[in-house]
Ligand binder design. Sequence first.
Ligand code: ZN
Length: 367
Amino acid sequence: MPTTTTAAVLRERGGPYRLETLELADPGPGQLRVKLAACGICFTDVGVQRYEQGTPLPQVLGHEGAGIVEAVGAGVTNVAPGDRVVLSYASCGACNNCGHDHPQYCSNFMMLNYAGVLSDGRAPFAQGDAAVYGGFFGQSSFATHAIAYARNTVKVEADVPFALLAPFGCGLQTGAGTAYNTLDVQAGHSFVVMGAGSVGLAAMLAAVDRGCHSIIAVDRVAARLDLARTLGATHTILADGQDVTAAIRAICATGIDRIVDTTGVSAVVRAGLEALASRGEMAMLAVTAPGTEISFNPNTLLGGRSLKGAVEGDADPQTFIPWLIGRHTAGRFNHAPLVTEYPLDAINEAVADMAAGRVVKPVLVMD
Ligand code: ZN
């Protein structure tokens, strides 16, 4: 018997989401069904909503789901019905990078997260005889129910509200993981985040947790810098046309040890590189538009500096997400001020508020 779900369906590129009643396929081998309680919204969803990225329509997006397992298919042993779970990105478990504990660089990442169908080729949703695509990031969580895989379903033991759990699946993992894993920020480091949106602020919270001695947030929106200060930034810089490198060096004359760039903008990346201390490291995590190029003076790197890129915070969700939730429950990673809750039927308002900078991390709640 197919399960009925209420889902926010995107039917045309650039169009709005519309709540529709769909049938959800039964979970196959290695798959499970989750009754969703919350799902964060991220700029990756907005990118697919607005621009052609190879994702077929109509489709159900959403990739920061959290909820309760309802049913499991054959071979699923890590979770059982009734478990509280967070859903993250999908990976195959069989390729070279998955085998070496780097599922974020899975060879089958695009197929498993963007193709619009499940790994067994089925479209997860239907409306009468018409298929509706899904399987977005191994979940499609802008809905009341989702099909996920054992590998991207993370069991949660901690008593944390679902609206706070949902963003661990992608945005918090990406930002915090880039600071903890990719850059290994330490108490002796000075730290800068370029772009104080939800991912940048998650990176900054990791720097706060590790006790970095100077923590500088750079953004064009003054309200975000105010929020950054309440979360632990020691300094903020409003990027209003001023020389950002000079502003950073006025705070840390010898330069910065670790920088996370969330913008992917050439001038911003160059300003960051020029603000790095010798042997400093900068990591980029933004997905940029096709054709984007970044220019900088290569001599900048000769001081032992490095520029790296990372996906999903170099994190394996099965180990990193429980660990990061543990930092949260220990009072060391407080992302609650980033979150604004919306009902599922207010999804278009939530997206508009995020795009306009009125909220940092909208989270849909499915009561
Ligand atoms: Zn793989």
